[in-house]
Design a protein around this ligand. Structure first.
Ligand code: GLC
Length: 398
């Protein structure tokens, strides 16, 4: 199994946006809304107030594990140009020169390694504060490559790079081959990902790309005609990637679970985001949602890690094949039933698998399912539980 296949088996990751914008609480694009020079300076001066509590990384890793995530993709530098890592003299706009005075990426990587979580580095390509970005693009690329070199050399083996922002200047010469060969030189097994944004979902921008991206939706099978590539869909819990204190537009857990399933149906990973607050804590609402997702993931882990799409089809369900030799039928929109005066009673639902099913069980309860010629009824959840999606584990005679 190569590193791309290993990445695919991880299935579910936590995306983390964290930077000096986190303390302002108006999203990671806040700087782009400030046109007055004084306000922009005040934004950058936030670094002097950037205090991060000492266990932030350990706690973050714990949150990720509880949610069932196997990797974390963290913003080592976002569009505002502030780095959470020690840039080793490239500039002073980094965490060691901020009020916290520490290399936060070191803490992040150590916390991940201690718990068997794969650390992946999000890194911006565009830069709103570096002078060369507007005035001397080749010099900016030198700076970018040096930054990537720092990240490749100083933190041991890492899981990969997740680039973002090329869409800001499509026509510029980003010297992509140079960027990627720098990574291959120091980290031959690092995943190389470059977000193609909302308008180019699933596009392979360069031959070195190891995983294509589906930002906020519509995953599909990845074009593997020249070599094997993974796919990954990133999603937000509400409307912002970076923490926004006035954002209550949260998705439902059901919606998030359906996103996760849609990803697995196409062999894509799901990268679910949380924006940390200014001192590095996961905000309570996100923490709760991730915990709820984690409960479901734990019950149904067989369809998250080590599964693949397969040729077997079914009416009323999506079918995946597990590495364990079993098949899994995923049924969405399962309701609970008791009495019409307390709960809508689900219309009777059934599944018909186009294969010889010899036995079946619900993953969440372990209960046996009666199957006749590949068909079975979907039992609603009993009163007291409502998990939105049910998964049946199937033995199929091939
Ligand atoms: C977009 C946004 C960026 C965010 C990213 C996450 O590219 O510009 O702020 O980090 O999506 O996928």
């Amino acid at each position: 199994m190569n590193y791309v296949e290993r990445f695919e088996k991880l299935g579910f990751g936590l995306f983390v946006h964290f930077g000096i914008y986190s303390a302002i609480g108006k999203g990671e694009w806040h700087l782009s809304t400030l046109f007055d020079e004084k306000k922009r300076e005040a934004y950058c001066a936030q670094a002097k107030k950037f205090r991060v509590h000492k266990d932030w990384a350990k706690k973050l890793v714990k949150t990720a594990k509880t949610a069932g995530c196997k990797y974390i993709t963290l913003t080592t530098r976002h569009h505002d140009g502030f780095s959470l890592y020690d840039t080793c003299g490239l500039n002073d706009f980094d965490a060691p020169h901020s009020a916290c005075g520490r290399d936060l990426i070191r803490e992040f990587v150590d916390a991940c390694n201690a718990e068997g979580i794969l650390p992946i580095f999000y890194h911006t390509l565009l830069d709103w504060t570096h002078e060369d970005y507007q005035n001397n693009f080749p010099a900016y690329i030198d700076y970018l490559v040096q930054s990537i070199e720092v990240l490749c050399k100083n933190y041991g083996k890492i899981g990969g790079f997740w680039f973002d922002g090329m869409w800001d200047k499509w026509d510029e010469d980003w010297q992509e081959s140079r960027i990627y060969s720098t990574i291959r030189k120091y980290q031959p097994e690092a995943m190389i990902i470059n977000n193609t944004g909302l308008h180019e979902l699933g596009k392979v921008g360069h031959p070195e790309i190891d995983s294509v991206t589906f930002e906020r939706g519509a995953p599909c099978f990845v074009d593997n005609s020249d070599r094997h590539r993974a796919g990954e869909m990133c999603q937000i819990l509400n409307d912002h990637w970076g923490y926004a204190k006035d954002d209550c537009n949260y998705k439902s857990t059901k919606e998030i679970l359906e996103n996760l399933i849609d990803c697995r149906k196409y062999n894509c990973n799901f990268l679910l985001n949380t924006g940390l607050t200014g001192n590095g804590t996961v905000n309570p609402m996100d923490e709760c949602m991730l915990k709820e997702v984690g409960k479901w993931v734990k019950m149904n882990k067989n369809i998250i890690y080590g599964v693949k799409a397969c040729d077997i089809t079914a009416e009323g369900a999506d079918i995946l094949k597990g590495d364990d030799g079993y098949y899994y039928a995923i049924v969405k929109n399962v309701e609970m039933a008791l009495d019409e005066n307390v709960q809508r009673v689900m219309d009777s639902k059934s599944v018909k698998v186009n294969a010889r099913v010899t036995s079946a069980r619900w993953l969440d309860t372990g209960e046996k399912i009666e199957v006749k010629r590949g068909a079975f009824n979907v039992k609603p959840f009993s009163y007291g539980r409502s998990l939105a999606v049910r998964v049946a584990k199937l033995k199929i005679k091939e």
